[in-house]
Write a protein that binds this ligand. Structure first.
Ligand code: DOR
Length: 420
C-alpha cells in the first residue's frame, strides 16, 4: 500500500503514451503508476502534465540598481506562470558576482524573494575569486563574456585561458558568451547584425574550443546560427534561445530597439537554417533579459540589448508541439533533462526520486497577450503568437500557481557541487 503523500496527480499521460498516477511526497516523486492517498489530488485527464522546466540562462536583475527592470519576486513568478520551476541566474547583475561576498548577498536576496527554485552562477572577470564562489555554491561559471554585452565587459584571452584552467580543476561547468564585436556605428538592427556577425560568433566558438583545456566542462550560451552550433563537438554543449528560432529582423522596423539583443536576432534565412540544428540543440533557454520600456525606448545606439522570455519559452514551443512541428519528447529533453544532465542536478520527471515539480497545460493554445505576463519589464516581442500557458504549476508537490494566482511555496536554492 503506497504511503500517504502530499499530492497525487491522477491520469497523467506521459510522452511515452502511458497513463499514470504520480504521487509526490517531501518534494519528490514517491510513486508512479499506482494511486494511493494524499492531502490533495488533481485530475490531469484531458490536460498535459509536463515536468517543471529548468531555464538555465536568466537575468533576474534586482538589487538597488536594477529592481525597476525585474526583481527575484517578479522574475520567478513570471517563470512559474510559464511552466519553469528552476531558474539559473547570470552573474552580470549590479554589483557583479565576483567573490564569495557578492555571491552571498545575491543569495540572500534570492532566498527572501524567489517563488521558484533557483541557482546562481559565478562571474568570471579579472580579479574574481573563482574558488571562493565555487565553495559558496555557484552552479556554474558564466556566462563568461568572451565579448562585451549589456553589463558585461569582454574578458581578455590570456585571462580566459588561466580562468579555464582553474575552472577545469574545480570540475565545475564553464558557460561562455562567444561573439566577436566589430567597430562601427550601431544604429539599426541590420547594423547590429553586421557588427556582431554570424562569422564572428563561429570564429569565437572555434577559438574558445581550441583554448579550452581537455577536461573542462564547456557550454556555449545562446548560439544564434547553424554555422556556430555545427562547430560544437565532443563533450561540449550549447544552448539556443527562442528569439533566434522564432524572430528575424524582417519582423521589425529597422530601428526597433525592442528586438535588440546579443547575439542579434538574425535575418530570416539564418533563422530558418538554425532550425536544421533542432535535434542537436542540447538546451533551450530564454536569456530572460528584462529592460524597462523607457530604457528600450532610447535611440538605437544607446538602448540596452536584451529580451525578456522566461514566461513565454515553454508556452511558445508547446504550441509548436501542438502544431506537430516538434516532438514533446524533444521539448522536455531541451528544457528539463539536458539542462539537468549538464548542470549535474536532479530534474523533475515522472519516475520515483525525480523532483515533484510539474506544470499542467490545457490542450489548446491561445495568442500571447503581453498584458497578462508577469515580468516587471512589461513587454514582449511575442505578442499575438500562439502559446500554451499552464493552468497550474506545482513546486515540490505544492500548487504554487493556479489560473493567475500565486502562492509562496517552499522554493529551494540548488547549489553547485562545490558547495561546502
Ligand atoms: O542581449 C543581451 N542582454 N545579451 C546578453 O548576453 C546579456 C543580456 C543582459 O544582461 O541584458
Amino acid at each position: 500500500m503506497p504511503e500517504y503523500c502530499d499530492l497525487i496527480l491522477k491520469n497523467v499521460s506521459t510522452p511515452a503514451g502511458l497513463v499514470r498516477d504520480i504521487s509526490i511526497k517531501n518534494g519528490l516523486v514517491a510513486h508512479s503508476g499506482s494511486s494511493g492517498r494524499a492531502e490533495r489530488t488533481i485530475d490531469c485527464k484531458g490536460l498535459y502534465c509536463l515536468p517543471g522546466a529548468i531555464d538555465m540562462h536568466v537575468h533576474m536583475r534586482g538589487g538597488k540598481e536594477q529592481s525597476s527592470k525585474e526583481t527575484w519576486k517578479t522574475g520567478t513568478m513570471s517563470a512559474l506562470a510559464g511552466g519553469v520551476t528552476h531558474v539559473v541566474d547570470q552573474p552580470n547583475c549590479i554589483p557583479a558576482i565576483k567573490d564569495a561576498s557578492t555571491f552571498e548577498s545575491r543569495l540572500k536576496e534570492a532566498k527572501s524573494q524567489a517563488y521558484c527554485n533557483f541557482s546562481i552562477n559565478a562571474g568570471v572577470m579579472k580579479g574574481a575569486d573563482l574558488s571562493g564562489m565555487h565553495r559558496a555554491g555557484a552552479m556554474a561559471f558564466g556566462e563568461i563574456f568572451a565579448a562585451p554585452s549589456s553589463y558585461g565587459e569582454g574578458v581578455p584571452p590570456e585571462y580566459l585561458r588561466s580562468a579555464f584552467l582553474e575552472i577545469e580543476k574545480s570540475g565545475c561547468l564553464a558557460t561562455v558568451h562567444a561573439e566577436t564585436v566589430l567597430e562601427g556605428t550601431d544604429d539599426s538592427l541590420d547594423a547590429h547584425n553586421c557588427l556582431r556577425p554570424v562569422s564572428g560568433e563561429a570564429e569565437a566558438v572555434s577559438n574558445i574550443m581550441e583554448m579550452a583545456p581537455d577536461d573542462l566542462r564547456l557550454h556555449f550560451c545562446h548560439l544564434s546560427s547553424f554555422e556556430s552550433a555545427d562547430l560544437v563537438s565532443g563533450r561540449h554543449t550549447f544552448e539556443v534561445m527562442p528569439h533566434h528560432l522564432l524572430l528575424s529582423t524582417d519582423m521589425f522596423d529597422a530601428k526597433d530597439t525592442f528586438a535588440r539583443v546579443n547575439p542579434p536576432v538574425r535575418d530570416d534565412a539564418t533563422r530558418k537554417k538554425l532550425w536544421r540544428m533542432w535535434d542537436k540543440i542540447d538546451v533551450l533557454a530564454s536569456d530572460h533579459a528584462p529592460h524597462t520600456v523607457s530604457e528600450k525606448s532610447a535611440d538605437f545606439s544607446s538602448a540596452p540589448s536584451g529580451i525578456p522570455g522566461v514566461e513565454t519559452m515553454v508556452p511558445l514551443f508547446l504550441a509548436l508541439v501542438y502544431q506537430k512541428k516538434i516532438s514533446l519528447e524533444s521539448l522536455i529533453a531541451k528544457t528539463t533533462i539536458n539542462p539537468a544532465r549538464i548542470l549535474h542536478i536532479n530534474c523533475a520527471g515522472y519516475e520515483p526520486g525525480m523532483r515533484g515539480d510539474f506544470a499542467i497545460y490545457p490542450k489548446r493554445s491561445e495568442k500571447v497577450d503581453p498584458g497578462r505576463l508577469h515580468s516587471l519589464a512589461g513587454w514582449t516581442p511575442y505578442g499575438g503568437m500562439e502559446g500554451v500557458f499552464p493552468d497550474k504549476t506545482i513546486l515540490r508537490g505544492e500548487v504554487v500557481y493556479s489560473d493567475g494566482d500565486f502562492l509562496k511555496g517552499s522554493p529551494e536554492w540548488i547549489p553547485g557541487e562545490g558547495y561546502i
